[in-house]
Design a protein around this ligand. Structure first.
Ligand SMILES: N[C@@H](CCC(=O)N[C@@H](CS)C(=O)NCC(=O)O)C(=O)O
Length: 223
């Protein structure tokens, strides 16, 4: 698909995504905030489409999201968001202040390295097979709890309306899907995390976040 802009032929961005994928959700928010249109390429993780030869050509590690921009394919939500940030500077996703920027990197990495990989589909399937289906949710709740406790401490002295002040930045893009999944999918008791609870209540009012929600995606099941 192509779109025309400023007289020159431009390839439309394509996002390989799955509606429930928190990693894809982060990128969907970034694209919305930056006002970038894209073609949605659904990869059904429950049907195992991430392991298909066709998708492995896009991302050899077999995970969503993946972004295609012309001849470039970028995989991994953090790398994609950093790419978008540099190429499309409108609505900056990082503060200029060095300390605030470092807090954003830390919060994003707590989610993307210390929480989300432990709740990934592959891990949950492995736990189901080796331990039993009942072990999955307590496992995930434990690791979300550990990460959320750290995030509460990290953000305590930096949060404003959003995680690191009154503008929405990288940290928020990672927090939204993680908190959403914790509440809606893994039934995490949010009582010990008042700051994250307050942030989530603010996030869900924002149109860019509402539009990026799983249920708004074309591959969300209709029934
Ligand atoms: N670090 C990667 C992680 C990607 C990832 O784990 N994606 C998940 C969905 S959020 C996935 O595709 N899981 C498929 C599976 O476990 O088979 C990123 O941030 O994009």
């Amino acid at each position: 698909m192509t779109t025309k802009s400023s007289g020159e032929e431009k390839q439309q961005l394509q996002l390989y995504s799955y509606h429930r994928s928190s990693c894809s959700f982060r990128v969907r928010i970034a694209l919305k905030l930056k006002g970038l249109d894209y073609e949605y390429k659904a990869v059904n993780l429950l049907k195992g489409e991430q392991h298909s030869p066709e998708f492995l050509k896009v991302n050899p590690v077999g995970y969503v999201p993946a972004l295609v921009d012309g001849d470039m394919v970028i995989v991994d939500s953090f790398a994609i968001i950093m790419y978008l940030e540099e190429k499309y500077p409108q609505h900056p996703l990082l503060p200029r202040d060095l300390e605030k920027k470092a807090i954003n990197y830390q919060a994003a990495n707590i989610v993307s390295a210390s929480i989300q990989p432990l709740q990934n589909l592959g891990i949950l399937k492995y736990i189901e097979e080796k331990v039993g289906p009942g072990a999955q949710v307590p496992w995930v709740q434990k690791h979300i709890g550990k990460g959320f406790a750290a995030l509460e401490k990290l953000l305590k002295n930096h949060a404003g309306k959003y995680a690191t002040g009154d503008d929405i930045f990288l940290a928020d893009l990672f927090l939204v899907p993680q908190i959403h999944g914790a509440v809606k999918r893994f039934n995490v008791d949010m009582t010990p995390y008042p700051l994250l609870t307050r942030l989530y209540e603010t996030y869900i009012q924002l149109p860019a976040i509402q539009d990026a929600m799983p249920e708004k995606q074309p591959d969300f099941p209709s029934s």
